[in-house]
Write a protein that binds this ligand. Structure first.
Ligand SMILES: NC(=O)c1ccc[n+]([C@@H]2O[C@H](COP(=O)([O-])OP(=O)(O)OC[C@H]3O[C@@H](n4cnc5c(N)ncnc54)[C@H](O)[C@@H]3O)[C@@H](O)[C@H]2O)c1
Length: 356
């Protein structure tokens, strides 16, 4: 197997497949693109313009004996059936996120992959985003003590991209688009802790069929609260990450990883009986802290993180060659179950007790 170059064929050649194509053509990993198939002739033409072979049909792609891996990069609701077809055709399958739109579909795929003896992987590529890796390292190193609130936000002001993302029947909406990444990131920090409660509010501000904004609150076994927000019509942004620990506060402002940790050097909690005037009005608890009682640690982007698709491809190939898959379908199944609880919570306007 060593030094083998794997042939990968793409089903769906839209924006994300184009991005895969750009990355694969860098030849950082031993994967050759054998061709693509898309139901849209315009996209087939776009593939040919990039020098790619286009299969006349999906059946022709799946019947190509040279193809080792099929990448599924189509509308969200089509992932499950296409993944199954490709597995039945004897291919390894790398599927875009969200892997499916319900946990039952994913369970069936996992079963089928096992039966077929093929690797089924998911492109949860945001596990290597620099802002996330930075946050995870700061928490693991205990720089703010024990976190009790993690706030993760992705905010844009330009609405939703036209097309299937605005349509419920094709798996549109921000929960499936971004929520799946942001939940996955939290789950990967707390793999051994159960999610015990899920509360979600979804909004359809400009796109009536789907959630174009959502607010999701997860409670973990230890009591930690993870608050996840995605907005598409937000003109003043919050920080990307805001975390409260018992020994300090962490903030990562944006994708560039600018941010800081602020933590107390010494106690500034010497309360006097009298309230002295301060900006917060007559309050002792909210009075300004003396600056010499805190230290500020500036944060910056880690330089040793490969924040692109190559780590996803490498672990997938390694799994074909017998190593353990790092982005495990079972982890994605957990995320799917959280998403299902979030939809249930949003539709019933209730917090859902879970053991996920
Ligand atoms: N991992 C990431 O960071 C990331 C980023 C963007 C999109 N995605 C995912 O990639 C997938 C595609 O998103 P996109 O932005 O490229 O959308 P897109 O609309 O640009 O492309 C989807 C393509 O799939 C084609 N298609 C749909 N059904 C098909 C079928 N049955 N057979 C063949 N072709 C079919 C469409 O014609 C279209 O060209 C989605 O699941 C999305 O969630 C992942």
């Amino acid at each position: 197997m060593e030094n083998k170059v794997y042939n990968l064929a793409m089903i769906g050649f839209g924006g994300m497949a184009g991005h895969h194509c750009t990355q694969l053509l860098k030849k950082n990993v031993p994967i050759n693109i054998s061709g693509v198939y898309d139901i849209d002739e315009g996209r087939m033409e776009a593939a040919r313009e990039r020098g790619l072979y286009t299969y006349p049909s999906k059946e022709a792609l799946l019947a190509d004996k040279n193809v080792d891996i099929v990448l599924i990069a189509t509308f969200n609701t089509t992932h499950a059936e296409l993944s199954k077809e490709a597995l039945r055709a004897g291919k390894h399958v790398l599927c875009e996120k969200p892997v499916t739109v319900c946990s039952k579909d994913l369970e069936e795929i996992m079963e089928l992959a096992k039966k077929q003896g093929k690797v089924f992987g998911v492109d949860q590529n945001r596990r290597v985003n620099k802002d996330y890796v930075l946050l995870k390292r700061c928490i693991e190193e205990g720089l703010i003590g024990k976190p009790y609130v993690i706030e993760s936000r992705v905010e844009g002001s330009r609405g939703m991209p036209e097309g299937w993302r605005c349509l419920k029947a094709l798996g549109g909406g921000m929960m499936f688009d971004w929520g799946v990444h942001l939940i996955d990131q939290i789950m990967m920090m707390y793999e051994s802790e159960k999610v015990t409660n899920v509360f979600c509010k979804m909004y359809s501000v400009h796109y009536p069929e789907v959630d174009d904004n959502f607010r999701l609150t997860l409670t973990l076994e230890s009591g930690l609260t993870a608050h996840i927000e995605v907005s598409t019509n937000n003109f003043i942004n919050h920080p990307r990450w805001y975390v409260l620990g018992d020994k300090g506060t962490l903030q990562i402002d944006d994708w560039s990883c600018r941010g800081s940790i602020v933590r107390p050097l010494k106690d500034d909690n010497v309360w006097s009986a009298e309230i002295s005037p301060n900006q917060a009005g007559p309050s002792k608890t909210m009075a300004k802290r003396s600056p010499d009682t805190v230290e500020t640690i500036p944060l910056s982007a880690p330089t040793d993180v490969e924040d692109n698709l190559d780590p996803v491809y490498r672990q997938f190939i390694a799994a074909i060659e017998g190593k353990e898959l790092l982005i495990k379908p079972a982890q994605c199944l957990r995320v799917m179950k959280v998403i299902e609880a979030a939809f249930l919570s949003a539709s019933t306007n209730q917090a859902i007790n879970t053991q996920i």
